[in-house]
Design a protein around this ligand. Structure first.
Ligand code: CDP
Length: 217
C-alpha cells in the first residue's frame, strides 16, 4: 500500500511544526518541514549577499540547495523567514523544490509507513490526494505571541509589535501570491488553535488520522 500522507497547512506560527512532529512520532511517520526548504534557500541568498534576489538567482540557489543549511540555527531567524516568503512567491523556486517534497511523501525515508508534511500548499499542490489534510489557523495575536516566546527561548530579544506586523505581511504575501497561494484544500479539516493547547490540537488531529486509517485499511 502507498505511504499514508498527512498534509498540514496554515499561516506562519499557527503551530504546524509542533503538531506535525508530535503526529509523526505518534504514528512512526517521517516528517518534512517544507518551510525549512524555503528558509534554506533564503539563508543561502542572505549569506551570499543577495538580499533582494532576482527569480533566477533564487532559483539557482534552490536547484543547488546546500542541505547543511537545513541544520543551521540561522534558519529560524525572522529575517530568514521573511526572505523565505519572498522567494516562495517565485514559481521557479517552487518548481525547483517540488520534486524533493513529492518524493519524500511517496517514499518516506527509512521505510516509514507514512509521512507528515507541513507547509502552505501541501494539501492543495504537493499532495492533493493525501488521505488527511489539516489546515491550522489562529488569530494574528495568538501567533505573534507564540513566535515571540519561541524567539525568546532561542536567546533573541524580539519585539512583539514588529512580529505582529511581519506576520500580517507574510500572511498577505503567502495568501495573495499567484502560484500555490496559502489556502485550505476543499477537503481539509480546519483547526483554529487560538484558544487550544497543543494537547487539544494533537488529540483532535490524532482522532482524524485514526478514523482515516481505519477507513483506508
Ligand atoms: O515557521 P513559519 O510558519 O514561520 O514559516 P515556515 O513554514 O518556516 O515557512 C517560511 C515561508 O516559506 C512561508 O512564509 C512561506 O512563504 C514559504 N512556504 C511556502 O511557500 N510553501 C511551503 N510549503 C512552506 C513554506
Amino acid at each position: 500500500m502507498s505511504a499514508f500522507v498527512v498534509a498540514i497547512d496554515g499561516p506562519a506560527a499557527a503551530g504546524k511544526g509542533t503538531l506535525a512532529r508530535r503526529l509523526a512520532e505518534e504514528f512512526g511517520f517521517a516528517y518534512l518541514d517544507t518551510g525549512s526548504l524555503y528558509r534554506a534557500v533564503a539563508l543561502d541568498l542572505i549569506r551570499s549577499g543577495h538580499r533582494t534576489p532576482s527569480e533566477n538567482e533564487a532559483a539557482m540557489a534552490a536547484l543547488d540547495l546546500d542541505q547543511d543549511l537545513l541544520f543551521s540555527p540561522d534558519l529560524r531567524r525572522e529575517e530568514t523567514g521573511n526572505l523565505a516568503s519572498v522567494v516562495a512567491a517565485m514559481p521557479a523556486v517552487r518548481a525547483a523544490l517540488d520534486h524533493f517534497q513529492r518524493r519524500f511523501a511517496a517514499n518516506p525515508p527509512h521505510g516509514a509507513p507514512g509521512a507528515v508534511l507541513d507547509g502552505r500548499d501541501i494539501g492543495t499542490v504537493i499532495c492533493p490526494d493525501a488521505p488527511v489534510k489539516l489546515f491550522l489557523t489562529a488569530s494574528v495575536e495568538a501567533r505573534a505571541r507564540r513566535r515571540f516566546l519561541e524567539l525568546q527561548t532561542k536567546g533573541e530579544v524580539p519585539d512583539l509589535g514588529r512580529i505582529s506586523t511581519e506576520i500580517r505581511e507574510r500572511d498577505e504575501r503567502d495568501a495573495g501570491r499567484a502560484t500555490a497561494p496559502l489556502k485550505p484544500a476543499a477537503d481539509a479539516h480546519l483547526l483554529d488553535t487560538s484558544n487550544l493547547a497543543i494537547e487539544e490540537v494533537f488529540a483532535k488531529a490524532k482522532a482524524i488520522i485514526e478514523t482515516a486509517r481505519q477507513t483506508r485499511a
